[in-house]
Design a binder for this molecule. Sequence first.
Ligand code: ZN
Length: 251
Amino acid sequence: MEIRKATGIVLYSRRSGEADVTARIFTREHGKRTFVFKGLKKSKTRPQSAAEPGTVLDLVYYFHENRDYQVVNELKVASRRERVHDSLARIYHLYYMLELIDRTTGTGDPAVPLYELLAAALDRLSSSPHTVSLSVFFTLHLMRMHGILPDLAACGECGRRDYDRFALDFRHFRVVCASCAQQHARGRKLMSAILRDYLARAPSTRFDEMAHDAPPEDELTDLLFFLALFVENYFRMELKSKGVLFMRAAE
Ligand SMILES: [Zn+2]
């Protein structure tokens, strides 16, 4: 048994028993772990927001190797980014990003770059109006870090890279140039060359350097849906947050 310190972001939490809260937290130092906050629900000194998804916590706990969960001794809310909770759209994107991390990482996997990605994304979520672009950007970089980002700059059918308009082929998870789309992805909506440029730049560019208002919003939404399906298919799971995110987009 050793005393550990960690900084982490709450991915998911639920009440357990009378007054305890169990939370999955993505820590910078030790990856994803499950923690129990004893008596949090009845505590007058500990903030209730400590266990809310998206909250960043500084933790002190005794680490037990063979236990499924760790008991938190001390906690401090490092930041909560109040503005994220101001709008439903932001909350949906927050839950999407947290779930994406939760469902694609294993317990204790070392994950500093992923942690940095999530922390930066939560920062932008509280300040940027481009929430759909942020989730697209987040998904692309998460895929890159997991080593599963396919070559989206080449037509998946003929391989050419100098196409203008293209279709998203949801069945085979690839992009298809306009002329191949006529033969192989009939009926698919054609995306603009502006989205192609966005897609080519995003994996190697900082979020703040992207022109988020350049691609039409409906194309970005289609792209986000495409990427979310890709990740679901790859990890053989279903993202619960996806439903509400796209039900909203379809309104
Ligand atoms: Zn082609």
